[in-house]
Design a binder for this molecule. Structure first.
Ligand code: NAD
Ligand code: IPM
Ligand code: MN
Length: 355
């Protein structure tokens, strides 16, 4: 029997609502394959911060290290500044566990309407490969002459050779397995040091992948092109910030950001990887039982794939496709009226059809 220990961090807001639906789907899908998942729940969140002054205990990462994977809902809620909550929980996990690949598939499903005119399933089908542990996301910098007229705030970006090369190589490898087309997000016209360096590394590494077609777009026109002609893209590689932006824009073009999954992968498997929806805690709809759990279910499918259970992944994806195509039990963001749990139940029922 295959057995895995999963750390579950529902986190804040709708994270607490969508994670139970993801677990329902994972349990339904694994049961038929004789896979045993043991879930250990951690209530680390902004509520923890209010009670203890910390988002997770001091030994939180030590605790998480022992698990096969981490399944996370969302982090951040009004009442705690976002940079405090995120740098107290989500970002340390990504960084300390060297989850340097953030893999974010974007796909238009049969049954969902794209807000873009005349786009059909198949027209939107790409991956965002996002650098996940360095780049623009840094706590290096600070304020000088605070409170004075000369106040200056500096925010540093960090692009290491190792960190830049490994994410670009990962994207080339993925492009090689797909349509052999890699698009790099840059801004080497405005950012004087980091982005020309990024471009030079893409250029250098491309020599090892002669069969992959490479193009570069500045992030501004990249966003415009993604909306104008999403069918052009196959694999996109971007820095931490640019990858973040493109991985909300992409799913928005598929009808709703709420179906999008995010795999924070440590390819070396020296630490656990983490799986979560792309979306956040959605304070505007939290507590209403209307959040769409599909991004979380899809992230769960990616988790099982990462753990070597392609069979379970495929069943979960077939169930998601079926439920969306039937257009029953969809939540409001997809034009339906179902609750979070009703959609979760529909996915579980569809899993039963595909096992
Ligand atoms: P958000 O993704 O939480 O919400 C953006 C919009 O999308 C909202 O209108 C929300 O209602 C809607 N939405 C999001 N998920 C949905 C779902 N599953 N079903 C239906 N509608 C959904 O982004 P935000 O408002 O910028 O951020 C809110 C908080 O979440 C902030 O504290 C932010 O820092 C945090 N955040 C955390 C993560 C994460 O944990 N990975 C990701 C993004 C934002
Ligand atoms: C995401 C989120 C996070 C990020 C925030 C909450 C720090 O937007 O997972 O996409 O920027 O990585
Ligand atoms: Mn984001």
């Amino acid at each position: 029997m295959r057995e895995f220990n999963i750390a579950v961090i529902p986190g804040d807001g709708i994270g607490k609502e969508v994670i139970p639906e993801g677990i329902k789907a994972l349990e339904a899908a694994t049961a038929a394959f004789g896979i045993q998942l043991t879930f250990t729940w951690f209530d680390w969140s902004c509520e923890t911060y209010h009670q203890t002054g910390k988002m997770m205990p001091d030994n939180g990462l030590e605790i998480l290290k022992t698990f096969d994977a981490i399944y996370l809902g969302a982090v951040g809620f009004p009442g705690v500044p976002d940079h405090i909550s995120l740098w107290g929980l989500l970002l340390p996990i990504r960084r300390e566990f060297d989850q340097y690949v953030n893999l974010r598939p974007v796909r238009l499903f049969e049954g969902l309407a794209s807000p873009l005119a005349n786009k059909a399933p198949g027209d939107i089908d790409f991956y965002v490969v996002r650098e996940n542990v360095e780049g623009e996301y840094s706590n290096i910098g600070g304020v000088q002459y605070p409170g004075s007229d000369n106040e200056v705030v500096v925010q540093q970006s960090v692009f290491t050779r190792k960190g830049t090369d490994r994410i670009i190589k990962y994207a080339f490898e993925l492009a090689q397995q797909r349509d052999k087309h890699l698009s790099s997000a840059t801004k080497s016209n405005g950012l004087y040091h980091s982005m020309p360096y990024w471009d030079s590394r893409v250029e250098a590494i491309s020599a090892d992948y002669p069969e992959v077609n490479v193009d570069h777009f500045h992030i501004d026109i990249f966003c415009a092109n993604l909306v104008r002609m999403p069918e052009f893209y196959d694999v996109i590689v971007g820095s931490n910030l640019f990858g973040d932006i493109l991985s909300d824009l992409g799913p928005a073009c598929t009808g709703t950001i709420a179906i999008a999954p995010s795999a924070n992968i440590n390819p070396d498997k020296t630490f656990p990887s983490m799986f979560e929806p792309v979306h956040g805690s959605a304070p505007d709809i939290a507590g209403q039982n209307i959040a769409n759990p599909i991004g979380t279910v899809w992230a769960g499918a990616m988790m099982l794939q990462h753990l070597g259970c392609d069979d379970v992944h495929d069943v979960m994806m077939a169930a998601i496709e079926e439920v969306i195509q039937r257009q029953e039990s969809l939540t409001r963001d997809m034009g339906g009226i179902a609750s979070t749990q009703e959609l979760g139940d529909a996915i579980v029922a569809a899993i039963g059809n595909h096992r």
